[in-house]
Design a protein around this ligand. Structure first.
Ligand code: 5GP
Ligand code: ZN
Length: 112
């Protein structure tokens, strides 16, 4: 996906404030944070949204889920955190490369 913003961030072609990366995922700070801590976790592989997930992605998705509490702890979110995945235009998705929002700390927004 040569035209995908998050593929370019994963490849290092567009700068981002990365806090974690491994062979499967990259985690970086949201450019317009909605809470004190607001990270985005993306797979290196281009997957447009939850709609495109299949059984072949099970190892990847499990890895992403299990990384969340570890990253939250590293960000000092001992009291808990919020995870959001927007899917499709109706779900408020703006960037069509799967990403998990990890948010916490002061100013944690509600669902409205
Ligand atoms: P969505 O609405 O698709 O779930 O969330 C997209 C998120 O990506 C938004 O929170 C937005 O602030 C963030 N974002 C958009 N462009 C960039 C960028 O170039 N760099 C970073 N770090 N975040 C971005
Ligand atoms: Zn992509």
């Amino acid at each position: 996906m040569s035209d995908c913003l998050f593929c370019k961030i994963a490849a290092g072609e567009i700068p981002a404030d990365k806090v974690y990366e491994d062979d499967q995922v990259v985690v970086f700070k949201d450019i317009a944070p909605k809470a004190e801590v607001h990270l985005l976790m993306i797979p290196r592989q281009h997957i447009a949204s939850l709609n495109e997930l299949s059984v072949e992605h099970d190892v990847l998705t499990s890895h992403m889920m299990r990384l969340l509490p570890r990253l939250a702890r590293e960000q000092g979110l001992e009291q808990g955190f919020r995870t959001i995945i927007n899917t499709g235009e109706g779900g408020g998705q703006e960037v069509f490369h799967l990403h998990l929002h990890l948010m916490g700390g002061d100013n944690l927004p509600g669902f409205n």
